[in-house]
Design a protein around this ligand. Structure first.
Ligand code: CP
Length: 333
């Protein structure tokens, strides 16, 4: 069994150098998608298990395509159809998967801390593909890649993130990644979905959409996560859309070279109008394409030991958090 112990659990403790390394690596991977035969032998003979205990379209498919383009064997597993339905714990499931000698396990799970739990009990590299409301590092990395393709530098850039901030793992990973690279992060949403903990992370908080998007270089819209909201955080979706939907009218006051990101899945007419989602400032489909290249870069850097990678990267996140409490959700440890 491979004993390399490198993981990507979040961006909280990943250095600017390692983020830049992944951006460079992903940029090199993009060329493979332009070829007639979209495959290189880099990870031939390696096995990647995609353990998805929560629904996903973009992340799961792009990890699978990424592994295949690098010639790794990728195995997909979801909660339905597995022995999780018979009461097996996540730790036992993971130990059994590890006994089959994978070279990396990619995990999406509704519980914050689930990726870290696997990293603590298994030897192979673990990639967090979204753990509850905690972090979604590969999403933020592909967002950074997309921004880097449109803006000269991160230093001094103003990025406004709007929506269901408190339940968003995408926002946490983006805050860490953007701030590490020198960008200013503005957050906007109703006070029930944008709590004061985010000011402590060094973000500027806005409760008015028009003010938040004015002078922004990048606007990232987030979905209202009904599945994570135990209580009502606003009266109705119509009322939320009235105040926080990004429309062409709101965008009229934004910078002329602004770009609009959305991690998906989007709810048209709630957080973003179709005119904006499909309009000239939207780079949402670029994000999806970049997701494959970035996940190729992550698998490559984590699986290939030491100097076989583009550079001996140290993405290991060794810091162990206490019990994670995010938006009222208790982590698995
Ligand atoms: N952005 C994202 O994580 O999308 P999926 O839930 O479809 O993977």
């Amino acid at each position: 069994m491979q004993t390399v112990n490198r993981h990507l659990l979040g961006l909280e403790n990943v250095s600017a150098d390692d983020i830049r390394l992944l951006l460079e690596s992903a940029t090199q991977m993009m060329e493979i998608a332009e070829r007639d035969v979209k495959k290189v032998p880099t990870l031939r003979g390696r096995t990647v298990i995609n353990l998805f205990m929560e629904d996903s379209t973009r992340t799961r498919i792009s990890f699978e395509i990424a592994a295949k383009r690098l010639s790794a064997d990728s195995i997909n597993m979801s909660a339905s159809g597995s022995s999780v339905s018979k009461g097996e714990t996540l730790a036992d499931t993971a130990r059994n998967l590890a006994a089959m000698s994978p070279d990396a396990i990619v995990i999406r799970h509704p519980a914050a801390g689930s990726a870290r739990l696997l990293a603590e009990i298994l030897d192979c590299p673990i990639v967090n593909a979204g753990d509850g409301s905690h972090e979604h590092p590969t999403q933020a990395l592909l967002d950074l890649l997309t921004i880097s393709q449109h803006k000269k530098q991160f230093e001094g850039l103003t990025v406004t993130i709007v929506g269901d901030i408190v339940h968003s793992r995408v926002v946490r990973s983006n805050i860490y990644g953007l701030q590490t690279l020198g960008a200013n992060v503005r957050l906007c949403g109703p006070p029930t979905l944008l709590t004061s903990e985010f000011a402590e992370l060094g973000c500027e908080l806005f409760f008015d959409l028009a003010t938040a998007v004015r002078d922004a270089d990048v606007i990232m819209m987030l979905r209202i996560q009904r599945e994570r909201q135990g209580d009502n955080y606003f009266p109705t979706l119509d009322e939320y859309a009235h105040y926080f939907c990004l429309t062409e009218e709101v965008l009229a006051d934004a910078k002329s070279d602004v770009i609009i990101l959305h991690p998906g899945p989007m709810n048209r007419g709630i957080e973003i109008s179709s005119g904006v989602a499909d309009g000239p400032y939207s780079v949402m489909m670029n994000q999806v394409s970049n997701g494959v290249a970035m996940r190729m870069a992550v698998l490559y850097q984590l699986i290939l030991p030491g100097d076989q990678g583009i550079r001996g990267s140290d993405l290991a996140d060794k810091h162990v958090d206490p019990v994670l409490k995010v938006a009222g959700e208790t982590g698995v440890f």
